[in-house]
Ligand binder design. Structure first.
Ligand SMILES: Nc1ncnc2c1ncn2[C@@H]1O[C@H](COP(=O)(O)OP(=O)(O)OP(=O)(O)O)[C@@H](O)[C@H]1O
Length: 648
C-alpha cells in the first residue's frame, strides 16, 4: 500500500519552472528591443549626421576649391622664392610697392607684390581691398590672385598673383616697344579683352565691381601678349544705394559752368613727381584718398581735403591749393577748351602749368625690410628730392593771379619764374645765414646749381636747332630730367624692372573720369571713361599727354583726348593711328576711336555701358556714331543703337 510519504512532488517545483520561462523570455525580449532601439537611434544619428554634412557641402566645396580662396604663404617662403627680394627679380614698382618674380617650391612661377610703405594706411586698405575683391573674381581676362602673406605687426603685406611674363601694357608698349604689339589685330584683341573683363565686373559680378584705376600699367600681358586686368587695390563694390537709375552719374553735381564741387571745396595739390619726366607725366599724377581720421588734413602738414565723394576724404599732401572759383572739373575741361578754341600760347601755357602744377605725388615712403635688400635710394637721389621739394614749395607759393601778372609784365618770357625762384631761394638762404649770425652776401653763384639749370643747358643745346616757345621750354625742361640722365632713387631700379607709373592711391590723372577726379561719386561710367582713354592710347601708341616736338602746332597733339576730338571734327580720325601699327584694319580702328570718344563724353550718363561696347567690338552690334559735338556732320540719332547681326 502506498504510504503517505509517496506524495506527488510539490507543485511549487513545477510552478517555479513555469515562472522562470517567461522571465528569460522577457530578458531576451527586452535586450533585443533595447539593442534594436540603440541600433535604430544610432542609424538615425548617423543618417542625421550624414544629411547635415550634405547640407553644408556647398560652402565646403568652395573652401576645397584652391582657385577660390587665396592661399596663405609664409613670409620666409616668399622671401626664399624671390631670392630675398633680389632686384634682379623685380618686375616693377607701383604705388603699393614693388613686384617681384618668385618661384615657389612647387616650381610654379608667380608675381609677388610687396607693400613697401610700412605704416601706410592706404597700403593696408589696398591690401584688404585687393584680397576681398580680387579673390572672388573668376574671369580669364582678370589676373588671378593666388595668395597672400600678412604680418600686420611687422607691416609685411604681400600679395601673390599669377605671373604675367610680359608685364604691363605700359612696359610693353612704351618702354620695350614690343614688336608683338605692332600688328593691329593684337591691339584690337587687347581692347576686346579689357572690355570683356570690365563687362564681367560691371554686368556679371553682383554687386558690380568698379575697378577704379584702368590704365596701361594695370593691364598685364601673358606670354602670348593676351591682356588681363590686374590691381584691384582701388576697386570697390557698387552699393545698392548707388545703383539708382542715374546713368552712372551717381551724385555728381554739375553746375552750368561745369563746376561740381560744393562750398567746402578745396582741391588740388601739386608736388612734382620725384623722378618725373614729361614722357611719364600722364601716369604720374594722382589724387590721394585718405579715409582714415588720422590722416585728415591739418594746417600743419598743408594737406587739403575734399568732402564730396565716395570716400570719406580726398586729401593730398603739400602743394598748391586751388581757388574756389576754379573747380576740379573746370580745370579738367580746360584741357579740351584750349584745343577747341585754337591754341593761343598764353592759354596753353596756363593749362600746362596748371596741369603740371596739379600733379600729385609725395615722397614714397621706404620700407626697411625690403629696402635693405633691394636698396633703391642713394644720396644723390635724396639731393634731387630736396631740390624738387624746394622747387615745389616755391611753386606752391605762387598764386594764379601773381603768375598771370608776372607773365603779363615779363620782359624775358622765359625768365620771370626763374628769377622768382632764384629770388626766393636767395631770400631764404639770407634768412638762414642771418639766423646763424653769418652775414656773408650770397653771390649770384648761389643759383648756379639750381634745378632748372640743367633744363637751361638742354634748352641752349636745342636752341641751336629750333626756336621754341616758352611752354615748350618748360615742358622740355621737365622731360630733360630724364633725357639728360638725371638720376634719382627710382632711376636706379634696373631698366627691366621699370618705374612706377604712379605712386597712386586714387585713380590716375588723364585716365580718371572728370566727375570722379573732381570729387564726384564713382560709378561704372568712371571705368568706361578710363577705358576710352586706354582705347585711344592703344590706337595711337602714345601716352595721353606727351609733347613730342617743339613747334606750337605740335602742342595741339600733346593732349591725346583733345587731339582725337579735333581730328573727329575735321573728319580725320585715322590720323590718330600709331604709324608703327601694321596690317591696320581701318574700319576697326575708326570704330575703336569712335567708341573711345563716346566713352570720353563729359556727361557720364551719355557714355555707353561696357556691355554695349563689347557688343560693338565683337561685331554683335552696329558701330556707334561719333558723339554729336565731335562729329563733322552730326547724324540725327547718334547714340548706340544695337542691332544684332541677322536680327531684327
Ligand atoms: N602679375 C604680374 N606679373 C608680372 N608683372 C607684374 C604683375 N603685376 C605687376 N607687374 C609689374 O609690376 C609693375 C608694378 O605693378 P603695380 O600694380 O604695383 O603698379 P602700377 O600699376 O604700375 O602702379 P599703381 O600702383 O600706381 O597702379 C607693373 O607695371 C608690371 O610691370
Amino acid at each position: 500500500m502506498p504510504s503517505l510519504s509517496a506524495a506527488p512532488p510539490p507543485l511549487t517545483v513545477s510552478h517555479r519552472h513555469h515562472h522562470h520561462r517567461p522571465s528569460r523570455l522577457f530578458i531576451i525580449l527586452a535586450t533585443s528591443i533595447t539593442a534594436s532601439l540603440i541600433i535604430l537611434l544610432l542609424t538615425i544619428f548617423l543618417l542625421y549626421r550624414k544629411l547635415s554634412r550634405n547640407r553644408t557641402a556647398p560652402s565646403e566645396t568652395h573652401q576645397e576649391n584652391p582657385q577660390k580662396l587665396p592661399r596663405r604663404f609664409s613670409y620666409s617662403l616668399l622671401r626664399r622664392a624671390t631670392a630675398a627680394f633680389s632686384p634682379s627679380n623685380r618686375l616693377g614698382h607701383g604705388g603699393f610697392g614693388s613686384v617681384y618674380k618668385a618661384v615657389l617650391p612647387s616650381g610654379l612661377s608667380v608675381a609677388v607684390k610687396i607693400m613697401d610703405s610700412p605704416g601706410s594706411l592706404q597700403g593696408e586698405r589696398e591690401f584688404d581691398n585687393e584680397l576681398s575683391i580680387a579673390s572672388v573674381l573668376n574671369n580669364p581676362n582678370i589676373v588671378s590672385l593666388l595668395g597672400y602673406s600678412s604680418d600686420r605687426r611687422r607691416r609685411r603685406l604681400i600679395l601673390v598673383y599669377e605671373l604675367m611674363p610680359n608685364r604691363s601694357l605700359q612696359d610693353a608698349l612704351f618702354d620695350r616697344k614690343c614688336p608683338e604689339l605692332m600688328p593691329w589685330r593684337k591691339r584690337f584683341e587687347i581692347s576686346l579683352s579689357v572690355a570683356s573683363a570690365l563687362q564681367y565686373l560691371h554686368h556679371i559680378c553682383n554687386p558690380p565691381v568698379i575697378h577704379g584705376d584702368i590704365k596701361p600699367s594695370n593691364i598685364l600681358l601673358n606670354a602670348d601678349f593676351e591682356a588681363k586686368i590686374g590691381d584691384f587695390g582701388l576697386a570697390r563694390l557698387k552699393s545698392e544705394e548707388e545703383d539708382g537709375d542715374d546713368g552712372g552719374r551717381g551724385r555728381e553735381i554739375i553746375g552750368d559752368n561745369g563746376s561740381i564741387l560744393e562750398e567746402n571745396e578745396s582741391v588740388l595739390i601739386s608736388e612734382f613727381e620725384e623722378n618725373v619726366g614729361m614722357d611719364r607725366l600722364p601716369d604720374s599724377c594722382v589724387v590721394t584718398v585718405l579715409d582714415s581720421p588720422e590722416m585728415v588734413a591739418t594746417p600743419a602738414t598743408d594737406k587739403v581735403s575734399l568732402s564730396e565723394g565716395n570716400f570719406d576724404r580726398i586729401s593730398v599732401e603739400g602743394g598748391m591749393e586751388r581757388k574756389k572759383g576754379g573747380s576740379g572739373r573746370d580745370w579738367w575741361w580746360k584741357q579740351e577748351t584750349s584745343a577747341i578754341d585754337g591754341l593761343e600760347s598764353g592759354r596753353v601755357k596756363d593749362y600746362v602749368m596748371e596741369w603740371i602744377g596739379n600733379e600729385i605725388s609725395k615722397d614714397r615712403p621706404k620700407n626697411e625690410w625690403v629696402e635693405s635688400k633691394s636698396s633703391i635710394a642713394s644720396s644723390s637721389g635724396k639731393m634731387e628730392q630736396k631740390k624738387q621739394k624746394r622747387r615745389l614749395e616755391w611753386w606752391a607759393s605762387l598764386d594764379e593771379g601773381r603768375m598771370r601778372k608776372r607773365e603779363k609784365n615779363r620782359k624775358k618770357p622765359r625768365e620771370w619764374w626763374k628769377e622768382e625762384f632764384c629770388e626766393e631761394l636767395v631770400r631764404k638762404k639770407k634768412k638762414k645765414k642771418n639766423n646763424n649770425n653769418n652775414n656773408k652776401e650770397l653771390s649770384s653763384s648761389s643759383c648756379r646749381d639750381l634745378w632748372w639749370q640743367r633744363d637751361e643747358d638742354s634748352i641752349n643745346e636745342r636752341k641751336t636747332k629750333k626756336k621754341k616757345s616758352s611752354i615748350d621750354w618748360w615742358l622740355d625742361g621737365l622731360s630733360g630730367d630724364v633725357r639728360n640722365g638725371r638720376r634719382n632713387s627710382l632711376d636706379e631700379i634696373p631698366k627691366s624692372g621699370g618705374i612706377s607709373s604712379t605712386p597712386s592711391m586714387r585713380g590716375t590723372v588723364c585716365y580718371i573720369a572728370p566727375e570722379y577726379g573732381g570729387g564726384g561719386q564713382i560709378s561704372e561710367k568712371c571705368d568706361v571713361y578710363s577705358f576710352g582713354v586706354l582705347l585711344l592710347v592703344l590706337v595711337s601708341g602714345r601716352r595721353p599727354l606727351q609733347v613730342m616736338a617743339s613747334p606750337i602746332s605740335e602742342f595741339e597733339r600733346a593732349n591725346l583726348i583733345s587731339w582725337a576730338r579735333q581730328l573727329a571734327r575735321n573728319g580725320k580720325l585715322l590720323d590718330l593711328v600709331d604709324p608703327s601699327i601694321h596690317s591696320l584694319d581701318k574700319e576697326q580702328a575708326s570704330v575703336c576711336i569712335t567708341i573711345a570718344l563716346q566713352c570720353l563724353q563729359r556727361s557720364a550718363s551719355k557714355r555707353p555701358s561696357m556691355k554695349e561696347i563689347v557688343a560693338v567690338l565683337s561685331g554683335e552690334a552696329e558701330a556707334p556714331h561719333l558723339p554729336f559735338e565731335f562729329s563733322p556732320s552730326p547724324p540725327s540719332n547718334f547714340l548706340f543703337k544695337s542691332q544684332r547681326k541677322g536680327g531684327e
